[in-house]
Write a protein that binds this ligand. Structure first.
Ligand code: F6P
Length: 358
């Protein structure tokens, strides 16, 4: 009898259920008898012993269902070693639940912070397997996280819809796309949606260059322009501030978000009519796209294989189109940023799309 615990942690995304289904299908194939325990609302469920025993039926019909049947929550990973409001030792509590249920393995579906905690639990002696979730695609060590392609589809749809109305009215449209620290979704959706300007956190912009790019399009007779901006995009001016000052400034924003700030600056620069669209959490919602259904099913199968082989402390990843795994410790605490040297960035520049940096 194998007893496997599973939890979904951090911001949700479209293919969490599809991935859990993949894990469970793999486990049912790999072992004669399996008991699955689902922890509710991420690590909270493991900490406070909130879980439910799941059966094959629970995983039926969920390949296409967005969200997570277990619920999720954000538990600041930096505070995992700090006691909770009632003085509870969180790490000890999680280990106790694991031991009480006599688990053979804990499967963690989560992004960067969640996998850091997964690594912590692995170092504490639990058998843990991580599965790389996040729409942001910023988990270090995998070429692709599940959820990313679905989010890119939605963000691209948003840009597509904006295109027609922007063209009718001859306006500048700013579409703000998710990604506080990294610009992967904005970069991909920006290319796929034919944006004219792409602004991402990794390449700070100068508003003068953004306006110059808009002028250039107007001079070419283009009646409209689309700017795809990541929610975490920053200007060169802000990027150059000392870290403390930058943090202070970003903590007290003058505008609801960066798109509104840029819109105001473009208006002040003169001329063009500007509108802002923020698809927001729609990017995390709805059904997973076919790519994600395939990826998450493969990831799930790999997790089951690792459990069968008793190869624990691993993060399932995609490398050069192969589903494989790396030690959790290798990925823990590192983000996968867009590098200005990446070939995709060079391709974008060749296409005449501006990053607002030059
Ligand atoms: O990490 C996924 C993500 O959607 C980011 O792209 C976004 O910045 C953040 O979560 C939003 O977080 P929340 O759902 O807590 O508002």
């Amino acid at each position: 009898m194998k007893r496997i615990g599973m939890l979904t942690s951090g911001g949700d995304c479209q293919a969490l259920n599809a991935t859990m289904r993949g894990v469970v299908k793999g486990l049912y194939g790999a072992f004669d008898e399996v008991e699955i325990y689902g922890f509710l609302e991420g690590y909270k469920g493991l900490m406070y012993g909130n879980y439910k025993k799941l059966h094959a039926d629970d995983f039926s019909g969920i390949l296409t269902k967005g969200g997570t049947i277990l619920g999720s929550s954000r538990q600041p990973f930096k505070l995992m070693r700090e006691p909770d409001a009632n003085g509870l030792d969180k790490v000890k509590a999680m280990k106790d639940t694991y031991k009480k249920l006599k688990l053979d393995c804990l499967v963690v579906l989560g992004g960067n912070g969640s996998q850091k905690t997964a690594n912590l639990l692995s170092e504490e002696g639990l058998n843990v397997i991580g599965l790389p979730k996040t729409i942001d695609n910023d988990l270090w060590g995998t070429d692709m996280t599940f959820g990313f392609q679905s989010a890119v589809d939605i963000a691209t749809d948003a840009i597509d819809c904006i295109h027609t109305t922007a063209a009718s009215h001859g306006r500048v449209f700013i579409v703000e796309i998710m990604g506080h620290k990294v610009g992967w979704i904005t970069l991909h959706a920006g290319i796929a949606g034919g944006a004219d300007i792409i602004l991402i956190p990794e390449i700070p912009y100068d508003i003068k260059n953004v306006c110059k790019a808009l002028d250039k399009r107007a001079e070419q007779g283009k009646r409209f322009s689309i700017i795809a901006v990541a929610e975490g995009a920053i200007s060169k001016e802000v990027a150059e501030l000392p870290k403390k000052e930058r943090k202070k400034l970003l903590a007290n924003p003058k505008y609801p978000s960066v798109a509104y700030e840029i819109a105001d600056q473009i208006k002040q620069y003169g001329g063009q009519e500007v509108r802002v669209t923020v698809p927001g959490h729609t990017q995390r919602g709805g059904s997973p796209c076919p790519y994600d259904r395939v990826l998450s099913s493969r990831f799930g199968a790999k997790a089951a294989e690792l459990i069968k082989k008793e190869k624990f402390g691993e993060l399932v990843v995609l490398k050069n189109n192969e589903v494989t795994s790396i030690p959790l410790s290798e990925s823990a605490g590192k983000l996968k940023y867009v590098s200005p040297k990446d070939s995709i960035v060079k391709n974008v520049r060749m296409l005449g799309i501006s990053f607002g940096d030059e």
